[in-house]
Design a protein around this ligand. Sequence first.
Ligand code: 0A1
Ligand code: ZN
Length: 882
Amino acid sequence: MEKPEVKYLKDYRPPAYWIDNTELNFDLQETNTLVKSVLNIRRNNDLSDKTIPLVLDGKNLELLFVKIDKKHLDSDKYQINSENLTIYDVPESFSLEVTTKIQPQNNTSLEGLYKAGGIFCTQCEAEGFRKITYFPDRPDVMSKYSCTITADREKYPILLSNGNLINSGMTDQNRHWAQWEDPFKKPSYLFALVAGDLVYIEDFYKTKSGRSVTLRIYVEHMNIDKCGHAMQSLKKAMKWDEDVFGLEYDLDIYMIVAVNDFNMGAMENKGLNIFNSKYVLAKPETATDIDFWNIERVIAHEYFHNWTGNRVTLKNWFQLSLKEGLTVFRDQEFSSDMTSRPVKRISDVRSLRSFQFPEDAGPMAHPVRPESYIEMDNFYTMTVYEKGAEIIRMIHRILGKQGFRKGMNLYFKRHDGQAVTTEDFVKAMEDANQADLRQFRLWYSQAGTPEISVKRAYNHKNKTYSMTFTQKCPPSPGMSEKKAMHIPVAVGLLDKAGNDMPLQLAGQDKPEGTTILLNLYKTTQTFEFVNVYEPPVPSILRGFSAPVKLRAEYTSREQAFLLANDSDEFHRWDSGQRFFAGTMINMVQGKIKNHDPDVLGAIIEPFRKTLLSTELDKAFISHVLTLPSESELGILISETAPIDPELIHQVRRFITHAIAKALKNDFERIYQDNQEKGLYNIDAESIARRSLKNLALSYLGMLETPEIIKIACNQFNKAENMTDEIAALGVLSHIQCSEREKAIDDFYQKWKSDTLVLDKWFAIQAGSQIPGIIDKIKELLNHPDFSIKNPNKVRALVSSFCGMNPWQFHHISGNGYKFMTDRILELNAINPQIAARMAGIFNHWKKYEPSRQKLMKAELEKIINTPDISRHVYEIVSKALV
Ligand code: 0A1
Ligand code: ZN
């Protein structure tokens, strides 16, 4: 294909025209939908050039009429091409009326206005509004919207848009209409419309200033009994944002709609959030504990966007992290307050390291504030979201909780109602605290994960302890030289007994606490602690105070010691993971022999101690005892050697099996002791108990004995909640036995009418460790309940195979790779966004051993040489091939 255009941050120019009011009129029909828009347009007089034509974005639209100030415009006064409508010689201020025709029922990209499962709905972020009508589809053009929807009354009894319902009525016997008005100015990406046969649950929230807000969750009829948890989550989020940030909701109604066909998790459209049903619907029988948590998190995330994203929005898409990094930070803090802070931190860091670190070291590496893109949809990345949140977390640490709050207050005071940049945010933080974040800003502009090494030395005579930190950041695409960053590193020192030492830096007159924040500014920097009464074991990067790779060169004895003693739970967990990973990596690399009893003993003893601990929180125990996955091991290995997924699989399997065998009795006891007592509950303690119990079951499952199969079947058959049911099915799914087949069939029969539960059924099979599972997966592509058009189904069956089954995906036959390429090419024509996400699976091909490299490269070449490849897929694949 021709090289698509690249957009650059440096080319940003303010808009030439403002749109003060946008009046939309939708006539929803079965074959054609008519969209009429009336825009009040005003030239941006800040620009000196008064002759710039009006350029509107539009894609896949059929233009019917254009009128200026109510008069039809002659066709020689405007021009259309596949991307724009350009109108020349327009007055300084005028009204523009445009009527377009679209076919939402044929729109499989799930972007713009689309119809799926009989429901009309929109997804406008990032650039989907241009698929609805001609408009300056950019976030710095903010406008007041009103929206009138007309549709068949029986098929679409519910008609929704942003803001407040102003009026409604009948046009004839069969068709009705509703008019909505949003009093707040917003960019086009926050526009939303829904029409369908939906029902809702309703509740109310009284804001801290005493206003009553109506809360509604709209779903398909059969899901009305699964909305309670989402509603409770929303109310908790509203309260939390008032308590922690003083932020109140601003409209009289807040609506959430759940749809099955959705590219992402959810969307924060003003007053009318549209959600992937996966993040709304839950009852204990159908949703797991993790699902319940995710719903609470995503509901909160979208709600928090009302301030961080909607009230203060983006100047351009390069600033995406301004709303996403900040909102992820807010949802993480919310979840920490609702559940357990250390456990939340552990799972967030685990996912950051598993997904964001590799992204930042691969061909798609980009700064949190990117400099360029081909397709914005490809930049909804772990870097923009999760690394962006880490940046905010560092600011929070550096300024402290109160300083951060002061910064937030100033940010809203200055920028409410505006479209701004990450720079504006940092400036507000700085100004509110008289802080200097000049060097810190590099976190936004430099890609790559900084690496920190530490040299430590204890001086017996002077009782001093010095730590010398050296930072470096590997080169990224288009950015070879990196400057030293401002990196906050939280440190503690443990004495021989495992207690925290009081910390006193040279120059301080007394100790200040037992965790200290060391600020690194230079490439190499030394810190000296005084009055250190014995050689300590340092606990470095407590709470994961910065998103860096730490090369601390701990001995395995120190790691085991920290696992047993560190008062910082994050670092305690991290030490355990490094310890377990280190042993497995040594085995993969042939540095130690599999059957060395000392090696196994060295792993099993700390494992047993943690498993049987009575003081530790059970959720924490489950995290510590979840060994680094095959993918995580691959990432660690790839830093020094090529990845061989088959070898990693064998070693990890060997170790888990050995642990299961050695601790069989302990696991059985834990399994029994943590059975449900009394009623099922979703409080943190019950969730932790179930997770430990099911972890024990999964280790026992490694033994594949008839006895264990019986236990798993028993749990599967008796389970009254999805957490236990799916955990048991998961264990059976890896064991070749007749009980496995029966359980898979029974599960299908029981849940065949619940599409979200069927996603779990597909995913469990895709993750099965039974050799040759790819044939089963191919067969499932033709299952009547599978649909390549539904992103959740694609993620369940196709992505789970790559993610949960790396050794089979990377099978040396290349069959896994071919399977993926076929899916990517199939999806390219249906839904380019999802196709591009799938294509990312080959991003790390260079990290593998030569034969697999060659195979993956061939697939990438096949994709890029396919005619009609979308811009989305082109961007990912062309960058991977560089
Ligand atoms: N802004 C939403 C997620 C979202 C992002 C992109 C989309 O299409 C390209 C759709 C939704 C959020 O952060 O929740
Ligand atoms: Zn978001």
